[in-house]
Design a protein around this ligand. Structure first.
Ligand SMILES: Nc1ncnc2c1ncn2[C@@H]1O[C@H](COP(=O)(O)OP(=O)(O)OP(=O)(O)O)[C@@H](O)[C@H]1O
Ligand SMILES: O=C(O)[C@H](O)CO
Length: 506
């Protein structure tokens, strides 16, 4: 099998393990015939045909299908807000198990084209709000939450208009705001985010099953935390707006809402009727890819499930890491060049400050790896892109293009570079199957990419300067280096994999 086939199969198995149905079935069970109970991660909730369900996010359709199967007749009614086209896409992909059965008690509303709030998503949020408001103390509301939930549950506080909120979030995103920052703003301007949904559902019991797509799995940031107590205040929101130079250009409606919100963090509200449970994450997906890679004969190591920060720095980190591995294969890892690359790598990691990453320890594990076995490095997380151009692309495709360019430059700069003596593939892909507003999930690269593209008349650097990675990869070898999966029905951020083996052994 080629490296390309290997890396593809790793990506697919990583995504497979965080597919909604298996994950939900691991987390939730219905037990007991006489006095049935819903068991959620060790906690028991009595049920008696009193269950309601709402959900929002890229992965909740499959979660809802699995939940309906588990809950049976105890489920009275449900509403889920899911991405536009997901039912058709799953149908086409033959993923019937992620679709609701005919005559399902759960209503599906599709919206949020290109992951942006729209009138359909607003309609979904309105229906969810109405359902939650009507519940009583005898009811239990099951809330299914996954990434993409923020765009699928827009409920701007009046008089803010949907278009105003959409424009503001778009501006923040394009100026490089991190998801934490983006969602601090979204929470402050929303009726349902920041714990709003849980407050509306009171006095019903609320059980939220959450598929995390945010680094560190923070409950109050994932999908803007509709069932979690918010740890942020309007001051935090103002700070974010000031940081991105948006305070002077706020619409009047946003100013009105901000000035009428309490400036101090309110006394902690009572969320004792809420049980929030994380049921799946990036780390779980990486563990499965590692298992698979070992089965394929690789020495597999997980760098981190929290890779974040500026995309240029992250690309440089991968380039240094790949160079160091190749130097190691050539027996030069401990020489002057090896030491220089290791030093650069440590410096870069310190600047990026990736939560929980102990790079020195990781490099120690790499030391002494001989050329006998191919190596697989796995990582996950979410980088930040500061858009400067007008092209079409996504984080993963841009990362792959940057790594390709970085490896090309390193190869050019070193006489008889050890990069040339190894077979190398780098893959970056979004586990949801959609990288930015494009039809691809991500892309592959190798050190040869830039030269091969040049022969086709494509200047990789020029595309990169215009944030036009999708156009580049679509043209280059007729899209052969694009990772195209279609929507996967799940979402645990992005995954990167590097596979390396010496050329003479391949
Ligand atoms: N032309 C482009 N080149 C590179 N990155 C882009 C481009 N256009 C948008 N992006 C990036 O794509 C990201 C949005 O993509 P996507 O819709 O996959 O978001 P997401 O973070 O996965 O969404 P969610 O977290 O809601 O699932 C943003 O980070 C944005 O900066
Ligand atoms: O929906 C959102 O807010 C993001 O996907 C993070 O969870």
């Amino acid at each position: 099998m080629s490296l390309r086939e290997h890396v593809l199969s790793l990506f697919r198995s990583a995504v497979g393990t965080v597919r909604p149905a298996p994950m939900l079935k691991r987390a939730v069970k219905l037990q007991g015939d006489g006095c049935p109970q819903l068991i959620v991660k060790g906690r028991a909730f009595p049920v008696k045909r009193n269950l309601y369900l709402v959900g929002f996010g890229k992965a909740v359709l499959g979660m809802a299908a699995a939940a309906e199967e588990i809950l049976g007749d105890h489920l009275i009614r449900g509403i889920v807000s899911v991405p536009l086209g997901i039912q058709e896409s799953l149908q086409r992909a033959g993923m019937q198990e992620m679709l609701l059965k005919p005559h399902s008690r759960i209503q599906v509303i599709e919206g949020a084209r290109n992951n942006l709030p729209d009138p359909e998503a607003l309609r979904g949020a309105g229906a969810i709000q109405e359902l939650a408001q009507g519940l009583t103390a005898d009811d239990l509301l099951l809330v299914l939450i996954s990434g993409g939930g923020s765009a699928l549950l827009p409920a701007p506080i009046p008089p803010i208009l949907l278009e105003e909120k959409e424009k503001l979030t778009k501006m923040l995103a394009s100026r490089g705001a991190a998801i934490q920052e983006l969602n601090i703003v979204r929470k402050t301007l929303s009726l349902l985010k920041g714990g709003g949904l849980a407050r509306l559902a009171y006095p019903a019991q609320v059980v939220s099953l959450i598929l995390s797509d945010v680094i560190g799995d923070p409950l109050d940031i994932i999908a803007s935390g509709p069932t979690a107590a918010s740890s942020h205040s309007v001051q935090d929101c103002l700070q974010v707006l000031a940081k991105y130079n948006l305070l002077q250009s706020l619409p009047e409606s946003v100013e009105t809402v901000l000035s009428s919100s309490p400036t101090k963090r309110a006394a902690p509200e009572d969320y004792s009727h809420v049980c929030n449970v994380i049921i799946g994450s990036n780390a779980l997906a990486l563990d499965e890819a590692k298992r698979q890679a070992e089965g394929l004969g690789y020495v597999a190591l997980i760098l981190s499930a929290a890779v974040c920060g500026d995309i240029g720095h992250v690309a440089a980190l991968y380039c240094h890491l790949i160079r160091l591995l190749c130097l190691g294969f050539a027996g030069l890892g401990e020489g002057p060049l090896g030491n220089e690359v290791r030093g650069n790598l440590l410096q870069l990691a310190a600047e990026l400050d990736i939560p929980g990453l102990n790079l020195a320890e990781f490099l120690q594990a790499l030391r002494g790896l001989g050329p006998e076995k191919p190596v697989c490095i796995l990582a996950g997380g979410e980088t930040t892109v500061r858009l400067r151009g007008t092209g079409k692309g996504g984080r993963n495709q841009e990362l792959a293009l940057r790594v390709g360019l970085g490896l090309h430059r390193a190869q050019g700069a070193e006489a008889s570079s050890p990069l040339g003596r190894c077979e190398i593939i780098f893959l970056s892909g979004g586990t949801d199957g959609q990288d930015g507003p494009t039809g691809a999930a991500g892309a592959f690269c190798s050190p040869e990419l830039v030269d091969e593209a040049f022969q086709e008349g494509l200047d990789a650097e020029a595309f990169l300067n215009n944030n036009d990675s999708y156009t580049f990869f679509s043209h280059f070898q007729r899209g052969r280096h694009l990772l195209v999966t279609g929507l996967t029905g799940t979402n645990v951020m992005d995954i990167q994999a590097v596979l390396i083996r010496p050329k003479d052994r391949s």
